[in-house]
Design a protein around this ligand. Structure first.
Ligand SMILES: Nc1ncnc2c1ncn2[C@@H]1O[C@H](COP(=O)(O)OP(=O)(O)OP(=O)(O)O)[C@@H](O)[C@H]1O
Ligand SMILES: O=P(O)(O)OC[C@@]1(O)O[C@H](CO)[C@@H](O)[C@@H]1O
Length: 303
């Protein structure tokens, strides 16, 4: 079973405007809301790709009820731990450029944290845990490391989509998959990464540091895949960017769904890129139909 963990879920409030008038009154031209948070996006796209998963993390208040009910209506199993304060609302503004304002999220007590650890201890070597997204400020910065340590004891595989020091802390435990974007990869190695070749070079270093499979996304410029045996560079399909929110999470879902259905990593990578672009070309997440429509446009070559 795939489990997704979102420590700080959200309601994503997506607003479309031609122009933003800072300091003035703005009225939206389009708006939509969705359950958000990186692990939750992975669960939602997996569902759309026909793969079951169970979503966990912390939810609270009226926004928490909205997220839980939305997921359950989509047929996603949930095991969230209830907290007292409201789940955050994240604002995603799409004008000429994309601007995001992410909330801080609710308070999480030690008791909540112990409940979560108890859940993770139940996973077995037949399970995969996807840990994705930022760590709420009230939780210890070592939380990802603490949880993947539990996974390495129980034999559960794990996937991590997180930045900087979090990523560094989990690499020695051998994540099955990590998916930094090129900015995050650059921050990790303290340099600017702009080309696929540079992404392959530094992605290989993440494999040396312990990751089993690495996908580096470069937004509209492509993506790369590296593991011990192979390195690939991919093009991305052409289309109108509607909102990139969740595009990276969709790559994780696309890779897992294809790989777990028995496909080779090269094909799973291709499906991952098509899934990412399906979301980039949608308001909200993409769909299986959209991903499969884009698949023929994804060209992969050896690096
Ligand atoms: N302009 C674009 N055109 C085509 N595909 C895109 C575009 N932007 C993003 N994508 C698709 O989405 C994938 C992920 O993009 P990106 O590198 O922005 O990830 P990310 O920064 O992790 O995303 P996010 O954090 O917003 O979920 C890309 O590999 C590509 O497949
Ligand atoms: O604040 P975090 O946890 O880093 O990111 C949260 C978030 O921006 O990531 C998702 C897109 O990847 C959104 O659904 C959500 O609002």
């Amino acid at each position: 079973m795939i489990y997704t963990l979102t420590l700080n879920p959200s309601v994503d409030y997506m607003v479309g405007l031609t122009e933003v008038n800072i300091g003035g009154l703005n009225r939206t031209e389009s708006e939509a809301k969705f359950p958000g948070g990186k692990g939750i996006n992975v669960s939602r796209l997996l569902r759309s790709l026909g793969v079951n998963s169970k979503a966990t993390g912390f939810l609270g208040g009226f926004t928490g009820i909205y997220v839980k009910e939305y997921l359950e209506e989509e047929g996603i199993d949930t095991a969230f731990i209830k907290v007292d304060e409201d789940t955050r609302i994240n604002i995603k503004l799409k004008a000429k450029e994309e601007t995001e304002i992410n909330g801080q999220g609710p308070n999480i007590t030690d008791e909540h944290l112990q409940s979560l650890k108890g859940q993770i201890r139940q996973l077995t070597n037949e399970d995969i845990l996807v840990l994705a997204g930022s760590i709420p400020s009230r939780l210890p910065e070592t939380i990802y490391e603490d949880l993947v340590k539990i996974c390495s004891e129980t034999g559960a595989a794990f996937v991590v989509d997180a930045e900087g020091s979090i990523l560094k802390s989990v690499l020695p435990y051998g994540p099955f998959l990590i998916k930094p974007n090129h900015h995050e990869l650059g921050q990790f190695f303290e340099r600017e990464i702009t080309t696929s070749d540079e992404a392959v070079f530094y992605g290989k270093k993440l494999v040396e540091l312990g990751a089993k499979n690495v996908i580096v996304s470069l937004a509209g410029e492509g993506a790369v895949f590296i593991n011990e045996q192979s390195a690939y560079i991919s093009t991305v399909p052409k289309g109108e960017l509607k909102s990139s929110v969740g595009a990276g999470d969709s790559m994780v879902a696309g890779f897992l769904s294809s790989f777990l259905s028995g496909k080779e990593v090269k094909e799973a990578f291709r499906y991952s890129v098509a899934s990412g672009s399906a979301t980039a070309f949608s308001i909200g997440l993409g769909s299986k139909e959209k991903a499969e429509e884009l698949l023929p446009q994804v060209q992969i070559r050896e690096a």
